[in-house]
Write a protein that binds this ligand. Structure first.
Ligand code: B12
Ligand code: SF4
Length: 512
């Protein structure tokens, strides 16, 4: 019997700076069950693989199954790959956010079995059955076809105690796909310390890991950090949790352990605004935290309320300003996530947002990050507006805005969410479109400014770099408006050069 599996991620348009944790977790599970695990991530930033080499690999290795990962906004890329490899695969298993929300669609596109949501237990049981050529009906958490009918097995329970999971196995990935220079070993430092979220925001797919927020113990986190430091020389840990700071007791324990160990480790995380206190922030700093990405989203009370971000917008906005000041005092860089473009927002509110950004920006020392609302399936906002705004199943027909996955220069530093604005899901009128565009340019300018300042100590030189980047971004935007092809011809080299001149430290949140 062939105990070999291939885990595969398609090229998705936005490159992966770090190895997908899904494959590290599932790889660890499969290895424990005695399987050999092959991983190919066509979306890894330095991979040299293409469709043809994947087909050759499948023909050569004949894996028992090929497991693919599906994310909504790039799902058509995954479907392309699925179609190409289909004739050469025995069994294709699908998982990830999109496969969980739209299992029937993924089956229709050619997959054989869908594993819903948190997959470790179902995947382990599925491997057991498939490797013994047995029926899979008793495995929970699956969707598949049997005699032409779609079968959905009973749901698998959330893993209550995350400590029972193995430490994700990063050895399943090819290091050269993610690391070219020593500093990039930090790409191996992505850690998931909890699953689920205490929030229920209407624009977010918080149901992926079930309804219940669970966390790994501080001991387990430390064990993983020590392993990453010793084995890969990682010095920056990137906690990718939805709610890293939600449990204060555990946060304190993690901080205490890191303070006591005196490791040469810095870390970054994301946090809701309301989980942070002055004491917490100062303690986090002492424990090596250098950056917090704050889930602020909006200063528009109506939006904060309607999206269920908070029940008390006024208090929330006041807390935001306090948190920003505390981070500033503690010496932790603060990033601010924003989200605009909700169908009820007005041009005037966008102008208020612009003023607000100008007011708080001196405390924003990482970047403004976020976007223009994209209605992902499985979210409340999708269910409420899909019909009314005519964007049902948009991921299948929405025209790709960029040819050959080339993204113009102005999007790297300046107008990161230009494509999201131009997707225009909520049919903005001209006025609001213009004001959102303006808002993102104000934030983009600030991002360019702080990135240049952080990278170059000499203030005059930093200012010069900032002006140069701003000029190049605007020039790229101008060329793109004339002709996307022209932009590519002129700016592709500049883009390559600017990548070489990467801003290494402190830019974890921007593709620099
Ligand atoms: C890190 C991250 C990223 C990184 C990814 C880097 C990387 N190499 O992984 C970056 C920054 C690139 C990124 C980008 C984007 N992301 Co993102 N991201 C995340 C985040 C925060 C963590 C992902 C993670 O590592 N999770 C931990 C692992 C263990 O979980 P997992 O991947 O879900 O895998 C589990 C299961 O899903 C399942 N599974 C997954 N794959 C497979 C495959 C098989 C075969 C099987 C059996 C099971 C299985 O098993 C795993 C273990 O249980 C999630 C939020 C979240 N809480 O998960 C959002 C999330 C995945 N991102 C999301 C979005 C929307 C985006 C962007 C569109 C945002 C943007 N700015 O444009 C882009 C799109 C990227 C693309 N190429 O298409 C959404 C996806 C929604 C959707 N419907 O698809 C999420 C869920 C956030 C949210 N709550 O809305 N992202
Ligand atoms: S947006 Fe953030 S706080 Fe809200 S549900 Fe999603 S992860 Fe949780």
């Amino acid at each position: 019997m062939n105990k070999k599996i291939l885990l595969l991620r398609a090229k998705l348009g936005i490159e992966d700076p770090f190895p997908p944790l899904a494959f590290s977790y599932l790889g660890a599970i499969a290895k424990k069950e005695g399987f050999e695990v092959l991983v190919e991530n066509l979306n890894a930033q330095y991979t040299k693989k293409d469709y043809k080499s994947i087909i050759d690999l499948i023909k050569r290795e004949k894996p028992l199954l090929v497991g693919m990962n599906f994310i909504t906004n790039s799902v058509t890329y995954s479907y392309d790959l699925l179609e190409k490899i289909r004739p050469y695969c025995k069994i294709i298993v699908a998982g990830g956010p999109h496969a969980t929300i739209c299992p029937e669609e993924v089956l229709e596109k050619g997959a054989d079995i869908i594993v819903l949501g948190e997959a470790e237990i179902s995947f382990k049981n599925l491997l057991g059955k498939l490797s013994q050529n047995k029926k899979i009906n008793s495995v929970k958490g699956l969707v598949f076809r049997e005699k032409g009918k779609i079968v959905k097995t009973k749901p698998e329970a959330d893993i209550k105690d995350l400590n029972v999971l193995p430490i994700p196995d990063r050895e399943v990935h090819r290091q050269s796909d993610y690391v070219k220079i020593k500093e990039e070993m930090n790409n191996y430092g992505a850690v998931l310390s909890s699953r689920g979220c205490t929030g229920r925001c209407t624009f977010c797919l918080h149901s992926l890991f079930g309804k219940c927020f669970r966390f790994r113990s501080a001991d387990k986190i430390l064990e993983e950090i020590l392993q990453l430091h010793k084995k890969y020389g990682v010095t920056t840990i990137n906690f990718v949790d939805d709610s890293f700071t939600a449990n204060r007791k555990r946060l304190n324990q993690i901080c205490d352990m890191l303070i006591e160990k005196k490791l040469p480790i810095e870390w970054v995380c994301a946090s809701r605004i309301d989980f942070l206190t002055r004491e917490t922030i100062f303690k986090m700093k002492k424990a090596g935290c250098v950056m917090i990405s704050l889930g602020f989203e909006s200063m528009i009370p109506k939006t904060l309320e309607k999206t269920k971000k908070t029940l008390d917008p006024q208090k929330y906005i006041e807390q935001t300003e306090r948190v920003l000041k505390w981070c500033h005092k503690a010496g932790i860089r603060a990033g601010v996530n924003t989200l605009v473009g909700f169908p009820w927002e007005t041009a005037e509110e966008m102008r208020d947002f612009q003023k607000y950004v100008k007011k708080i920006r001196k405390y924003v020392t990482q970047c403004f990050d976020g976007g223009i609302i994209q209605p992902y399936p499985g979210t409340e906002i999708y269910n409420e507006y899909a019909n009314e705004c005519g964007f049902e199943k948009w991921w299948l027909y929405k025209k790709r805005l960029f040819k050959d996955e080339y993204r113009p220069f102005f999007m790297i530093y300046y107008h990161t969410f230009w494509d999201h604005l131009h997707n225009n899901f909520f049919n903005y009128d001209k006025k609001i479109f213009r004001e959102i565009d303006k808002l993102y340019k104000i934030m983009g300018k600030w991002d360019l400014y702080i990135i240049s300042k952080r990278r170059f100590k000499n203030p005059l030189f930093a200012y010069f770099v900032y002006q140069a980047l701003l000029f190049l971004s605007n020039f790229s935007l101008f060329l793109f408006n004339v002709s996307p092809k022209l932009e590519k011809t002129v700016m592709e080299r500049v883009k390559k050069f600017s990548y070489k001149f990467k801003f290494r430290k402190g830019t974890e949140n921007k593709d620099l």
